[in-house]
Design a protein around this ligand. Structure first.
Ligand code: GDP
Ligand code: PGA
Ligand code: MN
Ligand code: MN
Length: 610
């Protein structure tokens, strides 16, 4: 029997409830060793991972890792939310009874860490001192050293975060066991994996993956699923898959904070990191707060506040280059400590490459390996598969992002001026439409329809609804979720504006009609001005669109036809969409009447214009 107490004593971890929890799970998973880790252990753990071949060098202070080839994305099918109340069952949360999942996962995990080290990772998903700190502490137990290294980058890690809790019991219990990846039957009827958030017990049990999206439990399972549940149970906040950014107008001194949700791999990281203020005469300053999660609450002054609970960025590598996202490249340079996962790698030169990093792959393929480790030089001539996995990622800390906001760790958070929704929608959705009514804004989020991406297994390209971009993270039923949104944002006396944006309309030949990326600042600036009453836009049945004159378009590379299309509403297509939306909403229990009224208002306005 492994000696848990000595390891906890050595780390000075005193919280009695944490100690009980670690001992409980060590007895089940039966590791050979237990080790408590903190951010200060990073350099040593990196060296151990290099020595063990779990990481490979990718330049000065840059590292490369591969995940097992059947373990490269989140599995939505195997992810469940379990509680003891059947009322928590929604359309998307794969609800299961808590007792059943706890028993099943306990059995899967029994003895499964034999021969390994169990790392104890105490963490905080909030800036220290945040008003939501009570919901932010957790302890992840994992048998994977690379998971520890990712957690150190993505969250605040150290024993003090759980030793000083007001209520020693108020931490999330997050257990991660990798399992025997080669024998889990991923994607077959015999699939052994299960990723469960036992939400009413604040316990997360993930078995059968070491890919970040399934294994970094502070981030996705706690920061989104558990926090979504806690936000409603406490009545105090919203936890959303949102980016968060700030824009300052240096001429007027005005400052706006915008947050918003797009489904995974649909542009949050790019939008938050890399808008191009210099293209507009350097009048604006854009700051990064967060790229994947925001928690929102109402402050004493009646405004909605938001903060990023994370400490790092887990970004999609594909198409990241000097033109699309120079800020990302600056944050993964020498000495950054970045960890790349599943990109292409050259063990001779320690270089990495992914599709879209440069126009063409390296000309001299000597030494280059694809993301699975196969030599490019030995590929069949007709093999056109990508060198990097489409969902390959980089993991770096917020402090490495050159334009991270000066106050990104301010416990008070920042006041939110606008909440935007978007996704990959190849037709119908214009560049931007502003929505001033609360119920219509919540309705818009609830009916977000977009193409799914490679960030989840087996759904790439499917057109589907993804409420508030939370479909894979929804912890309870969608109707109750809408009601909770109405309650939280409705309690604000000075409310943010809503908007829907779309950078992904395509022409018949597949080209993107809007250049996107750094140019997206122009749509956000219009929205900020509209909120402040400086521009009026053009009212349509689905919201207010910018006129061409109101958008700052100097220097934007776009054809007349494309511009016309992204600034208009296709009434017929929209009326068809309203039928789909009705069916979508009817699938949810307890949709608030205000949401149905919003739906009928938009429908009637579209009919009136037809
Ligand atoms: P996230 O997963 O929501 O954070 O999305 P990312 O910002 O990482 O982007 C996912 C993918 O979409 C990447 O391959 C990006 O290059 C691409 N992308 C992001 N923003 C845009 C955009 O404005 N236009 C186009 N065409 N692609 C984009
Ligand atoms: P993403 O984050 O939204 O940036 O892709 C990871 C995920 O949602 O899986
Ligand atoms: Mn995400
Ligand atoms: Mn992202």
């Amino acid at each position: 029997m492994v000696d848990v107490n000595t390891a906890l004593d050595e780390a000075g971890l005193t919280n009695p409830r944490v100690r009980e929890y670690v001992a409980h799970w060590a007895a089940i998973t039966q590791p050979d060793r237990v080790e408590v880790v903190g951010a200060e252990d990073d350099a040593r753990l990196i060296q151990e991972a290099l020595d063990a071949g779990e990481l490979l060098p990718a330049g000065e202070g840059r590292y490369y890792s591969r995940s097992y080839y059947k373990d490269t994305a989140r599995s939505e099918e195997r992810t469940v939310v379990a509680t003891s109340k059947e009322d928590d069952k929604g359309v998307y949360n794969n609800w299961k009874p808590a007792a059943e999942m706890t028993e099943l996962l306990t059995e899967r995990m029994r003895g499964a860490s034999a021969g390994k080290t169990m790392y104890v990772i105490p963490y905080l998903m909030a800036p220290p001192g945040s008003p939501l700190e009570a919901y932010a502490a957790g302890v992840e137990l994992t048998d994977s050293r690379p998971v520890v290294l990712h957690m150190i980058r993505m969250s605040r890690v150290g024993a003090s975060y759980v030793d000083n809790l007001e209520d020693p019991d108020s931490f999330v219990r997050a257990v991660h066991v990798t399992g025997d990846l080669e024998n889990l039957g991923q994607g077959t009827p015999e699939d052994q994996r299960y990723f469960a958030t036992v939400a009413d017990e604040r316990t997360i049990l993930h078995y059968g993956s070491s890919y970040g999206g399934n294994a970094l439990l502070g981030k996705i399972a706690h920061g989104l699923r558990q926090a979504c549940y806690d936000g409603r149970a406490s009545g105090a906040f919203l936890a959303e898959q949102f980016m968060l950014l700030g824009i300052t107008d240096k001429e007027t001194g005005k400052r706006w904070h915008i947050c918003g949700g797009f489904p995974s791999a649909s542009g949050k990281t790019n939008l938050a990191m890399t808008l191009a203020p210099e293209a507009l005469g350097d009048r604006y300053h854009v700051e990064f707060y967060g790229d994947d999660i925001a928690w929102l609450w109402v402050g004493d002054d009646g405004r909605v506040y938001g903060m990023n609970p994370e400490n790092g960025v887990f970004g999609v590598a594909k198409d990241t280059n000097e033109k699309t996202n120079p800020t990302a490249l600056d944050s993964i340079g020498e000495g950054s400590g970045v960890i790349f996962t599943n990109v292409a790698y050259n063990p001779d030169t320690h270089e990495v490459w992914w599709e879209g990093m440069t126009k063409n792959p390296p000309e001299d393929v000597t030494g280059w390996q694809d993301w699975k480790g196969d030599l490019i030089s030995e590929r069949a001539a007709d093999d056109t598969s990508p060198w990097a996995h489409p969902n390959s990622r980089f993991t770096t800390t917020l402090a490495n992002v050159p334009n991270v906001a000066g106050d990104f760790e301010a416990p008070a958070g920042v006041p939110i001026d606008a909440i935007i929704f978007g996704g990959r929608t190849s037709d119908r959705e214009p560049l931007v439409r502003a929505i001033t009514d609360l119920a219509e804004g919540v309705y818009d989020g609830l009916t977000l329809g977009a193409e799914a991406t490679f960030a989840a297994e087996g759904v790439d390209g499917q057109l589907r609804y993804d409420p508030m971009s939370m479909r894979p993270f929804m912890a309870y039923g969608e109707g109750d979720y809408a009601a909770h949104w109405m309650k939280i944002i409705g309690a604000a006396t000075d409310r943010p504006i809503f908007a829907h944006v779309n950078w992904f309309q395509r022409g018949d030949d597949g080209h993107f009609r809007w250049p996107g990326y750094r140019e997206n600042l122009r749509a956000l600036l219009w929205l900020a001005r509209f909120k402040d009453g400086e521009v009026t836009g053009r009212q349509t049945p689905v919201g207010v669109l910018p006129t061409e004159e109101e958008l700052e378009l100097d220097g934007v590379d776009i054809t007349r036809e494309d511009l016309d299309i992204i600034l208009t509403i296709d009434n017929e297509r929209w009326r068809q969409e309203m039928g789909f939306r009705e069916a979508h909403l009817k699938g949810f229990d307890r949709v608030p009447e205000e949401i149905w009224e919003a739906h009928r208002r938009v429908s009637a306005a579209l009919d009136a214009e037809a």
